[in-house]
Design a protein around this ligand. Structure first.
Ligand code: BTN
Length: 244
């Protein structure tokens, strides 16, 4: 049965321009913000991506953070849960067949359309979500421009940003609710169905190592399993995946 009330977005703060929604939400958490609080910005001046990278966040994109209080704030599955909810929400709102590259890149036509950055700040987890909805690619830094895509480009018209926000909030709420109720395996199965990674040859850069093989599956913790030519698959907990 569908729940009547929603946790994610129960309090929603809209900001015009700020450094990073993750930073603002982290300080709001220290000041007593409730679980489910969301900060959305029209523009970020110091957006952060995974692995210490910066994240270009000009107007036209969806830049938001969600405050969660999970039993284990550093649970790797949170990143996959957020990615599933975001991808499902974006698909519903725009019709674009967004897929997922492990752990939480949103991809369209083999290019990156969005990403998720989970920062654990026990007892909190700050889940940052960025989607290039109507971002002009010319506004992105030259090094990411070629590997990025925006939703509007793919669907052929400007996409209603509020409709995508609503879809993403509902999607993340639903996926997180399933995790909290002990149905994490169900969400991981949804991740598998959205995956563009599984079954493909991949190269992973992780902790100074380079691993190559077939990305065969994810395990119950959300780790990626890479099978080489011999031995048991290698379990990858963090890193950057290149599909070969
Ligand atoms: C990635 O590297 O793929 C993750 C990108 C996450 C970007 C979002 S935009 C909203 C939130 N605030 C940030 O500073 N980063 C995340």
């Amino acid at each position: 049965m569908r729940r009547q009330t929603r946790l994610v977005g129960s309090t929603l703060l809209r900001i015009d321009r700020l450094g990073s929604t993750n930073d603002l939400l982290r300080s709001l958490a220290r000041q007593g913000a409730a679980e489910g609080t969301v900060v959305v910005a029209r523009e970020q001046t110091a957006g952060r991506g995974r692995m210490g990278r910066s994240w270009a966040s000009p107007p036209g994109g969806l830049w938001l953070s969600v405050l969660l209080r999970p039993p284990r704030p550093a649970d790797l599955r949170l990143a996959l849960v957020a990615a599933v909810g975001t991808a499902e929400g974006v698909r519903r709102a725009s019709g674009a067949p967004v897929g997922l590259k492990w752990p939480n890149d949103l991809v369209l036509q083999e290019r990156k359309v969005g990403g998720v950055l989970v920062e654990a700040a026990p007892p909190w987890a700050v889940v940052g979500i960025g989607v290039n909805v109507n971002v002009e690619r010319a506004l992105l830094p030259p090094d990411v421009r070629e590997r990025a895509v925006c939703l509007a480009e793919v669907v052929g018209h400007t996409v209603d940003l509020d409709a995508v926000l609503e879809g993403v909030l509902a999607g993340v709420d639903d996926a997180y609710d399933a995790l909290r109720r002990g149905r994490g395996e169900e969400v991981l199965d949804r991740w598998r169905r959205l995956s563009v990674t599984l079954g493909r040859p991949a190269r992973v850069r992780t902790g100074g190592r380079l691993i190559e093989g077939i990305a065969v599956d994810i395990d119950a913790t959300g780790a990626l399993l890479i099978a080489g030519s011999a031995g048991a698959p290698v379990r990858v907990l963090t890193g950057d995946v290149t599909l070969l």
